[in-house]
Write a protein that binds this ligand. Structure first.
Ligand SMILES: [Zn+2]
Ligand SMILES: [Zn+2]
Length: 195
């Protein structure tokens, strides 16, 4: 489907995220700005396979990015880089171009100035983020993102097997340690302890 109106996106975002909040609106506008700069008109339809999005924070705004772009984690088109920054990079696989869009730190103060009587900060920001020009909300920069083939949706390769835990590993995530093929957990990147 072609690009919807912001209120239509807000409805979809509220459903996907569980509530409508300033972060949703910011994320929607961020994604709309990114795809506009890339010249992508039909992200959910004809241009469906062109986009890969990197999000740099796992907060509200992150849930809004797939609503506009169609880029989903389970489709390998949404990449999470845990930088704690309200920013996302939109990559066009067709042209090789990529644009990083970061929320401006002063957008919250601007929202307060614009709607001082709107009640809560969230309410002020929701109203402001709907109407503020893109340049006041974001800083955009053209960047180069090099995507190895195993990062792309649709990549197929034989799975490796970890020599320590025996679990299967996809997408070349295995590592070689002293001649052994290991999964990242067994190689030391484990985020859990077994009990
Ligand atoms: Zn939220
Ligand atoms: Zn392992």
């Amino acid at each position: 489907m072609p690009i919807l109106t912001l209120p239509e996106y807000e409805e979809l975002a509220a459903r996907a995220h569980g509530h409508l909040c300033a972060g949703q609106i910011l994320g929607l506008r961020m994604a709309l700005y990114g795809i506009r700069l890339l010249g992508i008109r039909d992200p959910a339809g004809a241009d469906r396979k062109r986009l890969i999005a990197f999000v740099e924070i796992d907060r509200c705004a992150a849930d809004a990015i797939p609503v506009v772009t169609g880029c989903r984690l389970g489709k390998r088109a949404l990449k999470f880089r845990d930088f704690g920054k309200t920013a996302a990079t939109f990559c066009d696989r067709e042209t090789g171009r990529a644009v990083r869009v970061a929320a401006r730190e002063d957008s919250k103060q601007r929202a307060q100035q614009l709607f001082p009587d709107a009640g809560s900060a969230n309410e002020q920001q929701m109203r402001a983020y709907r109407v503020m020009p893109e340049e006041e909300l974001f800083v955009a920069q053209w960047v180069r993102v090099t995507l190895r083939e195993e990062e792309l949706p649709g990549y197929k390769a034989t799975r490796a097997t970890c020599a320590a835990c025996g679990e299967g590993i996809s997408f070349r995530r295995e590592v070689e340690r002293e001649g052994r093929t290991l999964c990242r957990a067994c190689a030391g990147e484990r985020y859990y302890e077994t009990l």
